[in-house]
Design a protein. Structure first.
Length: 328
């Protein structure tokens, strides 16, 4: 009974807060624009553009997110905007994707991968993936669309695999006196519902989905890394690797720091001087609750909250997790 009262109290508190006038919330934030910011000044006109891919990789529309948490634009949409702007700038000579992510949904990861390849094909501008702390699962999948893959000496890379996150709450619902009265057209229409126990047939169907998505991941890595099927099967059991281990396994091309990467790009393009730039979002956005930024509340808005929301329904994920918490 205490658990039930606690939940009701929390819901009521949030409801009253929304009526109190203490917080101004824009539930429908306006589209943001992009402006160029210089990372390293130079008199040169030629530029190397740095674009970030950070945190959980998703493609949910901005208005479809949780209001008043101050979340960021979805990764896929933002990258599409950035690539569009870069394609119109004749001085952009290379793009470096600064990736620090545990992965995300299967669809969003695949869309990022496709968009990177499409940008390279249409513009002829080389794209290099550069892992920070983490380049795992869907983030590694997306990086396969690049010309080269770099990692810092301390990066964690890999986690080739897929999972379908699904939790069962049928026991908890019974404890608090809640029953499921859903009426479905067929025995598998409720497959994956957190309110019912998973059946052997449910599990068989889910395992088939996992295998298909897993094979797609393997195909993408095999195609872009030129690793034979037998060797890849040993590497693709979901484990992660240090940068040096990943390089020995041919999962990445180079290990180094930003200066090493920039020097390599300049040499390959025959450039003596370049300007390092990035894009910054301007305007729009939604004021975050209690004045907290999305980054300041990242453990809730981008980690545990997303994991909780998605766990309520069976969502295929290219995601590396440890201890039940999304790695940042």
């Amino acid at each position: 009974m205490n658990e039930k009262n606690g939940i009701l109290t929390l819901v009521m508190a949030l409801f009253l807060l929304s009526l109190s006038g203490c917080v101004t919330v824009n539930l429908y934030p306006q589209e943001k624009g992009l402006e160029e910011k210089v990372i390293k000044p130079s008199q040169a006109k030629d530029k190397i553009l740095f674009l970030p891919i950070r945190g959980f990789i998703g493609d949910e529309p901005r208005k479809g997110g949780v209001p008043f948490l101050g979340g960021k634009t979805d990764q896929v949409h933002l990258l599409e905007q950035e690539f569009q702007k870069a394609s119109l700038d004749p001085h952009i000579k290379a793009v470096i994707l600064r990736i620090d992510s545990p992965g995300g949904t299967v669809t969003a990861s695949d869309r990022l991968y496709h968009r990177i390849r499409e940008f390279r094909k249409k513009t002829g501008i080389p794209v290099v993936a550069f892992f920070g702390d983490l380049g795992a699962s869907g983030a590694y999948y997306a990086a396969m669309g690049s010309d080269e893959v770099w990692a810092r000496p301390t990066s964690v890379v890999g986690s080739i695999g897929v999972m379908i996150a699904n939790l069962g709450f049928e026991g908890l619902m019974k404890k608090v006196g809640v029953s499921d009265r859903t009426i479905a057209s067929g025995p598998e229409k409720e497959m994956g519902s957190p309110l019912r126990k998973m059946t052997p047939e449910d599990r068989k169907i889910f395992e088939g989905l996992v295998q298909d998505f897993y094979q797609k991941f393997l195909d993408v890595v095999e195609k872009n890394r030129r690793i034979d099927e037998k060797s890849l099967s040993v590497l693709a059991d979901g484990r992660v690797f240090t940068a040096s281990q990943a390089k020995r396994a041919h999962l990445i091309d180079h290990i180094g720091y930003r200066s090493d990467l920039v020097m390599s790009v300049k040499q390959k393009l025959g450039l003596s001087h370049v300007k390092l730039v990035r894009y910054q979002e301007t305007g729009g956005g939604s004021p975050p609750l209690f004045g907290m930024t999305a980054g300041g509340w990242s453990a809730l808005s981008e980690g545990s909250l997303i994991a909780l929301i998605r766990s309520l329904g069976p969502t295929p994920l290219y995601l590396w997790t440890a201890g039940g918490l999304t790695m940042k």
